[in-house]
Ligand binder design. Structure first.
Ligand SMILES: [Fe+2]
Length: 172
């Protein structure tokens, strides 16, 4: 599957905030490299791609394709953090300390149907987290990027839900 199939055919707005805002940058760091952020999503999909490749190559290719879109999102969030005056460390930050990203965040189920069900939950969680962020953020340029990312995550929910139906259909 081409990586363009996992993102909508719509341009991404320029990832540049209207003005520096360290508090907003910190809040964005959770979506960037927190436990449920983009880095966890992208590395989780790579892991799943690797363990499913031999047995379910089409699904494994789709998971790889999803990971490439999540990497794009990760990069966009990193650019936003820089434009907000933050440091794009691979960590979730708050005023007091850094919580460096940890490989355990990418841990995944190993049974196919559980993997896909968990991925759907993860994408829904991402949409909810991004929506909560947008309710807090009053920088229109930042929100334009987040809104565009949400569209990809909704597209991912559709792709994964179709796979889930196929898997369940095969068992009937
Ligand atoms: Fe994403």
């Amino acid at each position: 599957m081409k990586d363009t199939n996992c993102r909508l055919d719509l341009p991404y707005p320029e990832a540049a905030a209207e003005k520096e805002d360290p508090a907003l940058s910190e809040r964005l760091s959770a979506l960037y490299a927190g436990r449920y952020g983009e880095l966890s999503a992208l590395t989780g999909y790579v892991y799943q791609h690797l363990i499913l490749k031999d047995k379910y190559s089409y699904i494994a290719d789709t998971l790889e394709c999803l990971s490439i879109t999540e990497m794009k999102h990760f990069e966009l969030l990193g650019k936003l953090i820089v434009s907000l005056g933050g440091d794009p460390l691979i960590a979730e930050t708050d005023r007091r300390r850094l919580y460096y990203w940890n490989g355990s965040y990418a841990e995944s189920a190993t049974r196919l149907d559980k993997i896909i069900a968990d991925d759907i939950k993860g994408e829904k969680r991402a949409v909810a987290d991004y929506t909560a962020f947008m309710n807090y953020c009053d920088d229109a340029s930042v929100n334009a990027v987040i809104e565009r990312i949400i569209k990809d995550e909704e597209h991912h929910i559709k792709i994964l839900s179709d796979i889930y139906s196929e898997i369940k259909g095969d068992r009937r």
